[in-house]
Each structure stands twice: as structure tokens, then as C-alpha cells.
Design a protein around this ligand. Structure first.
Ligand code: AMP
Ligand code: MG
Length: 410
């Protein structure tokens, strides 16, 4: 069994996977989905020159000869609500009342907010005044949002591989896309294995424990934007493991994710079953927590075998599986971003790349981190209490107090 760095293991997995393909969905169903094609604007944004204020559209030239602080009075020749198309063209000495978002009339090149005029009545239904007086310096372009200031037709505004944020969905609507091509959500088949495992609701029996991994991993898979296919618990025998894994094939899973049963225990059948109809590599990854880790394929479906200990399974998911699902759904960047945090106390490590459970809080603009509870790979409570994983680099055995280290915020 070879010893790989975390980085080498990641690259080996990611280089063997490709995205699952795209589908076209109504825009309303696209939030958090990954764009399957670049988005090219067919229109300018804004669509037309419009007012950014409720006020009066004017010609700046009418103010250019006015002495500073002198008053200019204009004749109001039109009233332009939002949504209408002005038909008039302003001549010298004329103004039009205009609302926020309304189309600028021909001839006008600036807007004076109503607050800066002698017309203060803003209650609904008030007709426009016959004249308006302004005591202000007005420049061309004031309070006008010109056509195309944000986007020009033909611009590439969103890139293939972007996760659609709510504001992206808003922009797509602004640009008139009723449907969008996005990557399909990968289907991840999840199985637990072990004769000791009981369903969470089953009565306890001596020597048995409840299957917590499948619930935790199902939530992690969902949080990574994939669909979960729960295969259940395989017994520690070949037939049981095979029967479950075959379900993943039948239901066309894009990834099979198991926990436990891939170490060197005498009752670990997952590896046998996968190897019989596929291939499996066992890696010793230079990380903590994380016992041997398995990667391969079963009948062409990628297979990842996580350790059975709950914290190892969680960390293995964050280190390898989150970005694996990302790649399957069209994302090429790392999904979790590192931040720098400051250690409150000295932290000892063992030279492996270590992912330690910590609680962080903000103090004077810095993020301060303190390890939580028992750090053993079966101690799930300390992960429950944590809101971050500190990442201690390989080769480091001691991080002094008040030192910066990398972390993922959970
Ligand atoms: P194994 O990899 O099968 O040697 O399991 C390692 C440890 O993880 C053992 O203590 C198992 O009981 C525990 N374990 C395995 N599967 C699960 C699971 N689904 N939920 C909780 N603990 C588990
Ligand atoms: Mg086992």
C-alpha cells in the first residue's frame, strides 16, 4: 500500500472523473445549480437610458449659462411614469416629470431629484406642475442610468462551471433567459457496512451500535448538491455487500460511497466485492484522521470507500468527496476555501497533514481557534461542538500558541 500525500490522492481521484452531463431547467429551478454553458447577453443592461430618481428630466444645457446659485425655471411638458414610452422630445426651457426606472425622453440628458426642486408634493396621484424651479448646478448624465452601462449585448456575463447564486439568477431573468442549461445533479449511492450496525430507530442489542455514518454522509452529500440514494446497511458478508452495490448499478448511480469495511479487518468484504467486478486501489494517505482509503470503480461507476470511524468518514468526505461531487457536477475549483485563524493554545500534531476539530470566534478582527474535546476518530461530539477544521501541514509537529494556521469554516 503506497503512502500518498493528501494532494496526490486528490489529484488521482479528480483526474479520473468527468462531469455527468447537462440538462435544461426552468430558471426558477436553477438556484445553486452549476451552469452548463457560458451565458452570452443578447441585450444591453440597462435596456434603455432611464432615470435613477423620481424627479424631472432636463437638458443640462439649460443650466450652463445660469450663474451659480441662481434659479432656473422650466416648463413641464410631460409626465413619464415607469413602464411608459415617452413620445415627446424636450426643447430648450422644457422639463418632464419622470419616475425612477422610467425611459428618458428625447432631448433630456439629466434628471433633477424632486427634492432639489420647488415641487415637493410626492403623494400618489398628484398631477405634474406646470413649471418647476431648480436652484442647483446640473451636469449632463446626472441621475441617468445609461443603456448598456452594466452589460453590452454579446458580453459573456456568466461562465460555464459557475454555481448560480441568487443574484446570478436575477441577472439571468434580467437578460430574458426563461430556462438555462445546468449540470445534472449527480446521484450518489450510499452504503454502510458492518454486522455491528443497527438502524437509528432499532432497539439496542449488546455489542451493536447505531449506523450514524449513513445519516451524516447523506447530509454531507446533499450539502454538496448531489442526490442521495440510500442503499442501507450491508452485513459483513459478500452476498449482502454485493446485493446493495448492485442496486447502485441498477439505479444508475454516478458515485458509490461506502463507509467502513475497507480496512484490513477480517470481515471487510467491500473490497472483495468491488474488486471482483471492478477495480480498487487502497491508499494510505498521509493524513489524520483517516485510515486506509479506497478508490476505484464498480462496473464503471466510481467508488470511494471512506473509513468507518465517524470523524474519519466526515474528514474524508471534506478532503476528497466534496470536490469529487463538485467535479461530477461541473465545478473545477476547490469548493471549501481556506481562511487563516490564530491558535489560542499550543497544538501538537504528529507530522501527518492533520484536520483538527476546533471552535473559532472573532476577536479584534481576528479569528481565534481552540480545539474541541476528544480528538479521537470515533469522538463525534467534538465535531458537533466544532465550527472549523484546522489544517496542520504535513511535517509540522507543534504549532505554538498565537500562531496563524489554515482552517475550513464548517
Ligand atoms: P471498520 O472500518 O469496519 O473497521 O470500522 C471502524 C470503526 O467505525 C468501528 O468502530 C465501527 O464500528 C465504526 N463504524 C463503522 N461503520 C459505522 C457507521 N455506519 N456508523 C457508525 N460507526 C461506524
Ligand atoms: Mg467493520
Amino acid at each position: 500500500m503506497s503512502l500518498l500525500s493528501v494532494q496526490q490522492a486528490r489529484e488521482r481521484i479528480l483526474s479520473q472523473l468527468s462531469p455527468v452531463g447537462t440538462e435544461t431547467l426552468p430558471l426558477a429551478a436553477c438556484a445553486n445549480r452549476v451552469l452548463g454553458a457560458d451565458i452570452i447577453a443578447a441585450d444591453d443592461l440597462p435596456l434603455f437610458d432611464n432615470s435613477s430618481m423620481d424627479g424631472f428630466a432636463v437638458r443640462a444645457a439649460d443650466f450652463s449659462n445660469a450663474a451659480p446659485a441662481s434659479r432656473v425655471t422650466l416648463r413641464v411638458v410631460a409626465d413619464i411614469p415607469a413602464g411608459s414610452t415617452p413620445t415627446i422630445s424636450l426643447s430648450p426651457g422644457q422639463a418632464a416629470r419622470i419616475m425612477t426606472g422610467a425611459h428618458m425622453p428625447q432631448g433630456a440628458d439629466a434628471v433633477i431629484p424632486v427634492e432639489d426642486t420647488d415641487f415637493h408634493d410626492r403623494s400618489s396621484g398628484t398631477p405634474a406642475p406646470a413649471t418647476v424651479s431648480i436652484e442647483k448646478i446640473v451636469k449632463r448624465g446626472d441621475n441617468v442610468r445609461p443603456r448598456g452601462m452594466d452589460v453590452r449585448a454579446g458580453d459573456a456575463v456568466l461562465k460555464k462551471g459557475n454555481v448560480l447564486k441568487p443574484q446570478d439568477v436575477g441577472l439571468l431573468a434580467m437578460l430574458g433567459f426563461p430556462q438555462v442549461e445546468v449540470y445534472k445533479r449527480p446521484l450518489v449511492a450510499l452504503l454502510s457496512s458492518g454486522d455491528e450496525l443497527l438502524e437509528a430507530g432499532a432497539p439496542l442489542e449488546s455489542g451493536k451500535i447505531r449506523d450514524s455514518n449513513s445519516y451524516m454522509l447523506a447530509s454531507l452529500v446533499e450539502s454538496a448538491g448531489a442526490e442521495v440514494l440510500r442503499l442501507g446497511i450491508a452485513k459483513d458478508n459478500r452476498e449482502s455487500v454485493q446485493a446493495l452495490i448492485e442496486q447502485a448499478v441498477l439505479l444508475k448511480a454516478d458515485l458509490i460511497l461506502s463507509s467502513a469495511g475497507v480496512s484490513v479487518g477480517a470481515f471487510d468484504y467491500v473490497k472483495e466485492v468491488v474488486e471482483a467486478d471492478g477495480s480498487l486501489d487502497f491508499w494510505r494517505v498521509n493524513m489524520r484522521p483517516g485510515k486506509p482509503f479506497a478508490f476505484g470503480e464498480y462496473k464503471g461507476i466510481p467508488f470511494i470507500g471512506l473509513p468507518g470511524n465517524p470523524v474519519s468518514a466526515f474528514v474524508g468526505f471534506e478532503v476528497f468527496v466534496r470536490d469529487t461531487i463538485g467535479k461530477l457536477k461541473g465545478i473545477s475549483d476547490r469548493i471549501r476555501k481556506r481562511v487563516r485563524v490564530r491558535t489560542e493554545e499550543e497544538i501538537l500534531s504528529d507530522g501527518r497533514e492533520s484536520y483538527l476539530r476546533a471552535i473559532v470566534h472573532e476577536e479584534n478582527g481576528q479569528i481565534i481557534a481552540k480545539l474541541t474535546g476528544h480528538q479521537g476518530s470515533g469522538n463525534l461530539l467534538s465535531l458537533v461542538q466544532a465550527n472549523a477544521l484546522l489544517i496542520i501541514a504535513a511535517g509540522v509537529k507543534c504549532v505554538p500558541a498565537d500562531q496563524e494556521v489554515d482552517a475550513w469554516l464548517l
